[in-house]
Design a protein around this ligand. Structure first.
Ligand code: AMP
Ligand code: MG
Length: 311
């Protein structure tokens, strides 16, 4: 922990565990560090970064405040996989927000991440620790395999508990709360605090690649199958098959994967990126996948599966 903190204070990048995915973290108040985050990920600078800190009290240094009803969401879901879009103070560089007047902020529910953040007097900017557009890392080995040469330190926090990115909520032009990205907290849960909340309409110009049709993607072509449909004819021919749960049609074998062996949405979310990586690395020429049930966390899982199959 001390070593990781020392690297960060010296302006270097450290991969950190969180409950969602591993982050590629650096001092958010240092523009040259922020630039190096974009560079290492090969991420376009129009894709804004999320600030991470350990307490809501410290946030006041970096944002103007938490407007209602986002304050209620913060109270209910922080620490946790919820990111809020808040009016930024001038100390937060346009490089972090891609020129937007709001900055994305979250308090992770991960002991090691929060203990590290508590040691620092600056917030961490931390996108997922993977090359831009590829599958997010949920284990330290995933980070090492792809960015090991480019970063100074990986803080090992074991496998990520939630496994998909945070849910992002902001305000629309009329001040109503909208979900900008589906994630670790389901729409149903958000709606218990903000009744009737809706998904932001996809903007003609995507605000960010998390909203692009192709993202979170394996290198192998991937096709999403309708639930309950039979596997395609060519499935015997070096195709990988990802099932939601063990079912009648499931036959164990090479290139066969299951997202949720127990059928639970939480399990499927936790396994999603690891299974996508395994399917991508198994030598298949194509990956076929069945979606999760379209409810709760399943919506965030299916959102990732759709984008992964739009390569
Ligand atoms: P990640 O790639 O998980 O670090 O999440 C970053 C994502 O947060 C971006 O791709 C955007 O979708 C979203 N985001 C960050 N800041 C803003 C902002 N100020 N306004 C809208 N979306 C934002
Ligand atoms: Mg990402």
């Amino acid at each position: 922990m001390d070593e990781a903190a020392a690297h960060l204070r010296a302006g270097r990048l450290v991969a950190i565990p969180t409950e969602t995915v591993y982050g590629l973290a650096g001092n958010a108040l240092d523009e040259s560090v922020v630039l190096s985050i974009y560079r290492v990920k090969n991420r376009p600078t129009f894709d804004p970064l999320i600030l991470h800190t350990d307490t809501a009290q410290r946030l006041a240094q970096w944002v103007e405040g938490i407007p209602p009803p986002l304050d209620l969401l913060a109270e209910r879901f922080w620490p946790g996989p919820l990111t809020l879009l808040l009016p930024k103070r001038a100390v937060i560089s346009d490089l972090v927000t891609a020129g937007l007047p709001t900055v994305a902020v979250r308090i992770p529910a991960h002991d090691a991440a929060r203990a590290l953040l508590a040691r620092l007097d600056f917030p961490l900017a931390a996108p997922s620790a993977n090359p831009f557009g590829y599958i997010s890392p949920t284990q330290p080995q995933h980070v090492l395999a792809q960015l090991g040469d480019a970063i100074d330190y990986v803080l090992d926090g074991g496998p990520c508990r939630v496994g998909v990115e945070s849910t992002i909520v902001g305000l629309d032009a009329g001040g109503a709360p909208v979900i900008v990205r589906q994630g670790g907290i389901s729409i149903e849960e958000i709606a218990t605090v903000c009744p009737g909340i809706r998904l932001a309409a996809p903007s003609a110009l995507p605000r960010a690649p998390g909203e692009l049709p192709s993202h979170y993607a394996p290198r192998t072509p991937m096709v999403l199958l309708p639930t309950g449909s039979p596997p395609p004819q060519d499935v015997a021919d070096r195709a990988a098959l990802i099932f939601w749960k063990p079912e009648e049609r499931f036959v164990d074998g090479p290139r066969r994967f299951v997202l949720a062996p127990d059928g639970l949405l939480e399990t499927g979310a936790r396994n999603l990126y690891r299974v996508l990586r395994e399917a991508d690395a198994c030598g298949a020429r194509i990956i076929y996948a069945y979606p999760a049930p379209e409810e709760g966390l399943g919506r965030a899982i299916n959102d990732r599966l759709r984008r992964a199959s739009n390569g």
